[in-house]
Design a protein around this ligand. Structure first.
Ligand SMILES: *[C@@H]1O[C@H](CO)[C@@H](O)[C@H](O)[C@H]1NC(C)=O
Ligand SMILES: *[C@@H]1O[C@H](CO)[C@@H](O)[C@H](O)[C@H]1NC(C)=O
Ligand SMILES: *[C@@H]1O[C@H](CO)[C@@H](O)[C@H](O)[C@H]1NC(C)=O
Ligand SMILES: *[C@@H]1O[C@H](CO)[C@@H](O)[C@H](O)[C@H]1NC(C)=O
Ligand SMILES: *[C@@H]1O[C@H](CO)[C@@H](O)[C@H](O)[C@H]1NC(C)=O
Ligand SMILES: *[C@@H]1O[C@H](CO)[C@@H](O)[C@H](O)[C@H]1NC(C)=O
Ligand SMILES: *[C@@H]1O[C@H](CO)[C@@H](O)[C@H](O)[C@H]1NC(C)=O
Ligand SMILES: *[C@@H]1O[C@H](CO)[C@@H](O)[C@H](O)[C@H]1NC(C)=O
Ligand SMILES: *[C@@H]1O[C@H](CO)[C@@H](O)[C@H](O)[C@H]1NC(C)=O
Ligand SMILES: *[C@@H]1O[C@H](CO)[C@@H](O)[C@H](O)[C@H]1NC(C)=O
Length: 397
């Protein structure tokens, strides 16, 4: 059953009113590819109901050429039939990342959710029919904002209780804002959301490289990371990112590929994996109270070739980085991307996934004391994730 909390009910009414006021404007419906367009000064994007995903994000590069800097498919209907489902640009839910042994305990009761990874040893991104495998409902769409909703029933994928969620994306000049709200309406349940966006800030048009290894990353608050086993399940340890180690992105910015010749990078993203698939912690409180909107960005990614830079601000306390080691030249790029004469696919290390989130699998690490940010029940404050991705462009010299 659907029992809305008052603020959500009010925002739903407001959202519906907005949707109705634009309801007869055909330019605000989906386009021929099934995508919903938003724009603001210096930024234009498409979103789709499938997984409440971003499918295209256009920023003008240092030469004034529009670049589509996120991965996705050309046609919204392809997302449902693509056999690989790399979680392109969607909202993993109701619990992002991995759940150890596909189980957890709440108030002494053990729950088992549907496994879908590593020979069914764990549950990734909410299970085989997690949120980003489903079409959300578009409840509002204006020229610079869209709100999606989903009602996740009690027992779906084995999770206890119903969850009702609203995902709002808004564009303001040069900025993409994300606001995700979720309510556990009937039982206590784990909730952790994120945005699983894949980036290539060159839109695969850099003649020197089809990879993102030359992108520069900075994680100024991330002196620590969550230790994981060979299949990327947290093993309870918090590890130091010692200065100059392969995981040191805090002491100075460095290229994603800077340490790819270091033997230390082998196994850094699971057994036999070279690169990053790592949950970095974000430690901001050390400098006193902070306002996530104005305190420095938790991450900065830039490409020297396109000159495009994104600064990520968020209220979340962890940040996952995946360097696309699993890509192997099968996933196609979009018609809006690429370079004539080059294969139109994503090569290994061709992208970077960056996920604002909470400490992964904290539901199975009670000693981390993250329950208030991982487990939600009726009567609790809603789960909220906010982030702002701010774009800028280095002028060509
Ligand atoms: C319809 O959308 C266009 C383009 O966004 C806008 O200029 C126009 O004012 C809208 N019309 C109505 C009736 O909302
Ligand atoms: C999108 O894909 C659907 C189903 O595969 C197809 O019917 C439709 O024509 C495609 N749209 C465009 C614009 O190619
Ligand atoms: C890119 O620049 C062109 C030409 O000035 C402009 O029409 C377009 O809106 C810009 N694109 C974005 C995403 O700002
Ligand atoms: C999602 O919606 C698209 C477009 O209407 C449709 O082609 C697709 O089958 C739907 N997918 C699911 C999983 O419902
Ligand atoms: C994993 O879950 C199974 C039930 O699905 C349970 O029997 C087993 O004890 C669990 N293993 C660990 C290590 O927690
Ligand atoms: C997964 O579980 C099975 C059976 O419990 C085990 O044999 C296997 O080694 C585990 N690990 C992986 C990575 O499949
Ligand atoms: C790209 O990265 C490689 C390896 O890190 C480095 O050798 C090369 O100089 C970089 N190129 C540019 C243009 O930064
Ligand atoms: C946990 O994983 C990390 C990273 O692989 C490893 O260094 C550490 O020894 C492991 N600790 C335990 C207790 O398994
Ligand atoms: C990683 O790259 C940085 C920047 O080039 C360098 O300072 C550091 O020594 C490298 N670390 C390792 C372990 O190779
Ligand atoms: C890791 O690589 C080694 C050497 O290529 C191989 O023998 C081993 O089976 C691989 N292990 C896994 C879990 O893929």
């Amino acid at each position: 059953m659907l029992s809305f909390k008052l603020p959500v009910a009010l925002s739903l009414l407001a959202a519906t009113a907005i949707a109705q006021s634009y309801g007869d404007n055909s330019t605000l419906g989906p386009n021929a590819d099934g995508k919903y367009e938003l724009s603001a000064e210096g930024i234009r994007a498409y979103f789709i109901p499938y997984g409440a995903s971003i499918s295209n994000l256009f920023i003008n590069d240092t030469n004034g050429i529009e670049r589509d800097i996120v991965l996705g498919f050309d046609n919204a209907s392809h997302y449902s039939v693509d056999p690989f489902h790399p979680h392109l640009g969607g909202v993993p839910g109701r619990y992002a990342n991995r759940i150890k042994n596909s189980s957890f305990v709440i108030d002494g009761q053990e729950y088992h959710v549907t496994p879908n990874e590593n020979n069914n040893n764990d549950t990734l991104h909410g299970g085989p029919d997690g949120w980003d495998f489903r079409n959300f409902t578009v409840v509002a769409h204006t020229t610079d904002s869209i709100t999606f909703s989903i009602v996740d029933p009690d027992g779906k994928e084995g999770f206890p209780g119903e969850v009702v969620s609203y995902i709002t994306y808004t564009l303001t000049p040069h900025t993409w804002h994300l606001k995700m709200v979720a309510l556990a309406t009937t039982k206590k349940t784990p909730i952790m959301l994120s945005s699983h966006t894949y980036w290539n800030l060159d839109a695969f048009a850099n003649p020197d490289t089809p990879t993102a290894l030359n992108h520069t990353l900075s994680l100024p608050y991330s002196g620590q990371r969550i230790g994981t086993d060979g299949i990327l399940i947290p093993n309870g340890t918090i590890l130091p990112n010692l200065q100059y180690d392969v995981n040191d992105f805090w002491s100075a910015p460095k290229q994603i590929g800077a340490n790819f010749t270091s033997p230390d990078l082998l196994g850094n993203c699971g057994t036999n994996c070279t690169g990053y698939d790592t949950c970095y912690l974000v430690n901001r409180a050390q400098n006193g109270p902070y306002d996530w909107r104005t305190t420095g960005s938790v991450a900065t990614l830039s490409s020297p070739w396109s000159g495009i830079q994104v600064d990520i601000f968020t209220d979340q306390d962890a940040f996952q980085v995946y360097s696309c080691g699993g890509q192997n030249g099968i996933l196609p790029i979009k018609s809006t991307q690429g370079l004539d004469g080059r294969s139109r696919v994503v090569e290994q290390f061709g992208c970077i996934v960056m996920e604002v989130e909470d400490w992964i699998d904290a539901i199975n690490q009670p000693e981390w004391q993250r329950d208030k940010k991982n487990i939600f029940g009726p009567g609790d404050d809603p789960y909220v994730l906010e982030a702002a991705y701010v774009f800028s462009v280095k002028k060509s010299s």
